[in-house]
Ligand binder design. Structure first.
Ligand SMILES: C[S@@+](CC[C@H](N)C(=O)[O-])C[C@H]1O[C@@H](n2cnc3c(N)ncnc32)[C@H](O)[C@@H]1O
Length: 243
């Protein structure tokens, strides 16, 4: 961890991995994951093109493996990757049923150019940089698709403040030992995000939102309770194609 001049302690997902998926300690993460799953589930038909190689980046506990297994689809063409080896331990079980598991940076993937049909990133705000979109464009075959979800800008504005039109760049976590850490979290308005995606050459086919009222698992985080009602977006998904 690095102490910044602003007294914000910059951490990584290695610091968070053992508790990230504890819904009691981190209910907002659990709510975001449910929102992301809701969006990816809607795109599932497109995710299932026959005989295609599929890579999930920044996967942690792979959502795609869960969706595929639920629909009895084999995992032998699924590559699950994450920069954090500790976050990847949450996906260890999937290697027993055919999935490949690799520690890899989503902005520098160990794949040949034009080698993959589908890439998925669930809650990819920690690495939502130009380098990410450039790299995914490189590894996708022409006609390939990138499914990306992020906490919504609408949520970030209501919870993190107005930020004067700038992107939101950091997320704060309180750890079990009461330490607070900050990790990168690049959240842009929909217009800014579309510009980033289209500047890399993608065609955006769909922008999908999961609203607070779409969450059915109960235990809504206090950070999601909105005085403006339950029709607010909490996760936004972008379905992009490489022409
Ligand atoms: C917000 S969590 C989401 C995890 C998981 N996709 C989910 O939906 O539950 C972000 C994940 O991105 C990973 N990550 C952060 N920076 C990354 C990078 N540059 N490349 C790949 N993964 C990264 C973290 O280790 C973490 O597992």
């Amino acid at each position: 961890m690095i102490e910044t001049t602003m007294k914000k302690v910059l951490g990584t997902y290695e610091d968070l991995a053992s508790e990230y998926y504890d819904p009691i300690r981190h209910p907002t993460c659990a709510n975001f994951r449910e929102g992301s799953k809701y969006i990816l589930r809607k795109s599932f038909e497109k995710l299932l093109s026959k005989d295609c190689w599929l890579c999930e980046v920044g996967a942690g506990k792979s959502l795609i493996a869960e969706l595929l297994v639920k629909d009895n689809v084999a995992l032998d063409r699924l590559i699950i990757t994450d920069l954090s080896a500790s976050m990847l331990t949450h996906s260890k079980q999937w290697s027993n049923v055919g999935a490949y598991i690799l520690t890899a940076d989503a902005t520098n993937l160990p794949f040949a150019s034009r080698s993959l049909e589908i890439v998925v990133s669930s809650l990819g705000d920690p690495y939502n940089t130009h380098a990410l979109w450039k790299e995914i464009f490189r590894v996708l075959k022409p006609g390939g698709m990138f499914f990306f979800t992020t906490p919504s800008y609408e949520w970030a504005v209501s919870f993190r403040g107005t930020n004067s039109g700038e992107p939101f760049m950091l997320a704060e976590f309180e750890l079990l030992d009461a330490k607070h850490i900050w990790v990168p979290s690049w959240i842009y308005s929909t217009d800014e995000q579309l510009e980033i995606i289209e500047n890399e050459g993608f065609l955006v086919q769909e922008v999908v939102n999961a609203l607070i009222c779409d969450l059915k698992n109960g235990n809504l985080s206090p950070k999601l309770l909105s005085k403006d009602g339950s029709d607010k977006s909490i996760v936004t998904g972008y379905v992009s194609a490489k022409a």
